[in-house]
Design a protein around this ligand. Sequence first.
Ligand code: UD1
Ligand code: MG
Length: 453
Amino acid sequence: MSLHVVILAAGQGKRMHSTLPKVLHPLAGRPLLAHVVDAARRLAPRRIHVVYGHGGTQVVAAFDGEDIDWVEQTEQLGTGHALMQALPGLDHKGKVLVLNGDVPLVGEKTLAALAEAGRGGLAILSCDLIDPTGYGRVLRDSQDRVLRIVEHKDATPDELAIREWYTGALCGSVARIAAWLARVTNQNTQREYYLTDVIGQAASDGLEVICVKAGDAWEVAGVNSKRELADLEREMQRRVAQRLLEEGVTLADPARLDVRGELVCARDVSIDVNCVFEGRVTLGERVRIGPNCVLRNVSVAADCEVHAFSLLEDALVGERCRIGPYARLRPGARLAEEVHIGNFVEIKASRIGAGSKANHLSYVGDAEIGSKVNIGAGTITCNYDGSAKHRTVIEDECFVGSDATLVAPVRIARGSYIGAGSTISKDTPAGQLTVARARQISVPSWKPPKKTG
Ligand code: UD1
Ligand code: MG
């Protein structure tokens, strides 16, 4: 029996108080909807359909290039109406699993169990682990058979006392759900076509509705407010930290680590507090990351140390490098092995050869730096002339004195020495000392000015 997944994601998410569509709010660095799509993909369904509406083009654009069937619901008339929009794309001999786009932590095992239970006609995912306020309650008869779902807003006080609630996920036969949906009306307090009404339809047709119970409260937790989003973020981060610890990573404090993407660590990596990892980050063996660092799409090879308060972005770091404290590697920084980048040094779109050092207060942009180069404190590559960027080349074994300004395009040939405070605007010859600054003079006849008044 073929399986299609429909993810309902057209709602506005009023309680988020945001112009960003709810399903695009990031959780661990990725849109809420991406987590649900991931969960669906693990079941290897024939097709994934997403019903979208609010902020439509934005939602579709965020998943550019992914194999998703986008179904537009131009007016949000309820969850039942939403599923109806997707019906034409489904296999009417197969079954459909319906998920909410705002329930991101739903687990693979639970979904597999629900998909299996849906074979018989209709199965729903329910939960009685947490406070059911706001959710649809599961009504049962005296023999415990499911009768129907009543929405919180339509429920009587007795019905509100029921603890078991519907989580928004169900699975059943496409043909039968289509028939039940055709009978759903919007005669309720919200004037909406409720998908939950198909459960009552199924029961009145004499079908047994199977309830699969959620494994834990997190996997059915929905995001309706920033507060719920923050709670789920903490839970996600707790899980990531647990996994890293299990893999052997040393975390100074698992509660003070944020991974917004994928962090891959080799053996004996240690990470101090308050570090943020974004995109794809790989850390080689024995890498040590100091406190308060941010690493975004970086690869750091074995035995490197990144000291406190450093920001590394779209960069490659070779083995045994020392970076920071307070260093900044911007996109395109590529360090060979044993490079030292010290405090308040910024490197952009530059390659730095083995054993080279820039230890203090420098800007190196659009440069090609050889090996064993020493870049003195305060050295600046003047790469921008107001309209275009130019390259600076510093060949192997050069020594650039402190406070040099290197006006690009310029080439500092192998073994050059540059006097401190020089402004270098012409290529330098190899192996020579070049000094480009006003000569120092002293005036013996000078007298201090007399104070007047
Ligand atoms: C729904 C269920 C409720 C359940 C709860 C679990 C119904 C009628 N009620 O209520 O029983 O306890 O989920 O979270 O189904 N959506 C659309 N188009 C629409 C309306 C909603 O795509 O016209 C999408 C939303 O984007 C959301 C999902 O459907 O992802 C659920 O909608 P929501 O408005 O959150 O339903 P609830 O009132 O929470
Ligand atoms: Mg909801």
